[in-house]
Design a protein around this ligand. Structure first.
Ligand code: DC
Length: 216
């Protein structure tokens, strides 16, 4: 069984997908981390991010291992490296390349096949798993999302200002929503949850109720 959680950056998808998977005894797949790993791979190999063919070739040749607590890319543990601001920006660019999406969608379906899994991303309910039994779309207003992202960055010791993070979030939303292939959209049959004024614990309870109703 597949449960999808989609939504914009900073809406709380990873926290909720992880928490929900734990409560249900399901596995968990962070598909944003896969786009980040391809972006990291491009940056570390000096691939021009504007060269779609080169970026597509990088995605096709990358070896990715998605374990519960680590992302292994070409044999290196890149779990922390893929969370920098530079990789965030680059991941939004590589995610707009059709060949990259094709490759990662194939991998995502392969990983999920025959498993009970919560997958999170932008296109999981709309494109990758259109027949998923339960689809959730998380949103929150941009300022709230920027505040959360800033807190994460601060915890990792990265310097940033709220204005900068807000601008990056708005830019990234726009790119993710406007791109031609698999733009960020809510699937018609997804349940929308606005997390702006709820605590993480409240959102997780709500998401669990939605999932348990769907599981039946
Ligand atoms: O969720 P995130 O911030 O880790 O995602 C990184 C980038 O990858 C973001 O710009 C959107 C993109 N992405 C995507 O296009 N499709 C997905 N299923 C997941 C992420």
């Amino acid at each position: 069984m597949v449960i999808t959680i989609d939504g914009p950056a900073g809406a709380g998808k990873s926290t909720m997908a992880r928490g929900l998977a734990e409560r249900l005894g399901f596995e968990f797949l962070d598909t944003g981390a896969m786009y980040r790993a391809v972006a990291w791979s491009c940056l570390s190999q000096g691939v021009d991010l504007k060269d779609a063919d080169a970026v597509g070739n990088t995605a096709a040749s990358v070896t990715l291992e998605m374990t519960p607590n680590a992302v292994i890319c070409n044999g290196s543990d890149v779990t922390l490296q893929i969370r920098t601001g530079e990789v965030s920006e680059a991941s939004s660019l590589v995610a707009a390349v059709p060949a990259v999406r094709q490759e990662l969608v194939r991998l995502q379906r392969e990983v999920a096949s025959g498993r009970n899994i919560v997958t999170e991303g932008r296109d999981q309910g709309s494109v990758v798993f259109p027949d998923a039994e339960c689809k959730i779309f998380l949103t929150a207003d941009p300022r709230r999302r920027a505040e959360r992202r800033l807190k994460e960055l601060e915890q990792r010791g990265e310097a940033a200002t709220l204005d900068d993070v807000l601008r990056q979030i708005v830019d990234r939303d726009e790119r993710d929503q406007q791109r031609e292939v698999a733009p960020l959209v809510k699937a018609d049959d997804a349940v929308e949850v606005d997390t702006s004024s709820q605590t993480a614990a409240q959102v997780l309870d709500q998401v669990e109720r939605i999932a348990r109703l769907a599981i039946g």
